[in-house]
Design a protein around this ligand. Sequence first.
Ligand code: HEC
Ligand code: HEC
Length: 401
Amino acid sequence: MWKRPGVVKWGTILAMMLVLAAMAGPGAGQGTDVQGTEFGEPIQGIGGVEFELFRLGLEDFLEVEDADEGLGPLYNGRSCAECHVIPAIGGTSTITEVRAGTLHADGTFQDPPGGSLIHLFSIPDHAIQAAVPAGANVVAKRQPIPLFGDGLVESVPDEVLAALEDPEDQDGDGVSGRVHWVVDRDSGEVRAGRFGWKAQQSSLFTFGAEAYRNEMGITSDLFPNEMCPAGDCEPLELIDAVADPEDGPEPSTGLRGIDNFANFMRLLGPPPRGAENERTRRGEELFEEVQCSACHVPALETGSSPFEALSHKTFRPFGDFLLHDIGTGDGIQDGDAGPTEIRTAPLWGVAARAPYLHDGSAATIEAAILRHRVEAEGSRTRFEALTAEEREALLDFLRSL
Ligand code: HEC
Ligand code: HEC
């Protein structure tokens, strides 16, 4: 394995950077447009220290774990990259996860003991395999979400997202998205959720730490307890030899796995934009005309960030990061996100992934559009009323994002 230089403590350097950034304050580069990068490259405009943090993060993101390092006992994958790899490291994959539970007639949802995530694998020797519990009447699948540009998404102030919501549909356009307010486990603050299909997390650090535990079974300071099959933790005592928390600071850098994941994801660049031409420009107009942009909001601005490259930037995710009911709901309650609600899928980089929708049930971009109902009924109807040529132009525009 590659050995890290023993001298520098990156944790200390990062702390110094945070202080310097706070001293500099907002201002420099206000509102400047972020350029896309090739998939998997770091965001443009970073310096040597940030590049090194990105590289250390990438290394941990790629690392395939085994039981000696804390993998499992229940797990879905052995490295982050296993599920975040298409079309480059940080992307998506064709692996889907399973959630299950009970949806009652009155619309309330009940998690099975141990939670709604039903793990795919277990070690050692498949001893404690998780199963869909008896009595579950909802079984739902979730695709991995690409992480390109997520540092920008994280840096959007809560007020910006709150200004986009219209929960009572007061403007009468049929679209009524709302913020999923969540308590961030790391800071303890109530924040606007934005990550995950249910916008169930607000911070990349917290999401990464939860993924380390939920997906790989590796516990950390933030999530110190293993997940147990059907909520029964007794069998784990015989199986899991590694003491919790299993993730700890690397002696040479002072950084934990969960710090490294967060740095990698924060500095991972946004998707590259395809070439513009007359057709894509016509498609863009139609995208506005049929009001796809009511939810797939073309541009957002970040607030201040310790990373200059993320601070006060305009970027183009084509999403509002709010919860909507477009009739594709997975039947699962996740925090305050209800069974019918799903976060708007940001459309940047959409052509570089397939299949579509949270569960991968749409094979093509057009099939995903035709599944839009409820809040998106008007938009879809207008899309269907376009001529074949207009539809192609709109699709060409989407493929250029
Ligand atoms: C077995 C597959 C799998 C593995 C392994 C995995 N993920 Fe994911 N990832 C997913 C799925 C599925 C989702 C969507 C989950 C949801 O919304 O419930 C997701 C979503 C995310 C998101 C939200 C992105 C966004 O823009 O909304 C982040 C961040 C993330 N993963 C980070 C990680 C990190 C860090 C690791 C490694 C510690 C990891 N993932 C390992 C499958 C995986
Ligand atoms: C009311 C809000 C809303 C409107 C209006 C809307 N969408 Fe969506 N869109 C969503 C949500 C929410 C999802 C995620 C649904 C899911 O995964 O189940 C989504 C998903 C998608 C996807 C799949 C992306 C992926 O990565 O899986 C595409 C493509 C898409 N929308 C295109 C469009 C187009 C084109 C229009 C206009 C004709 C449109 N949408 C109008 C909310 C909206």
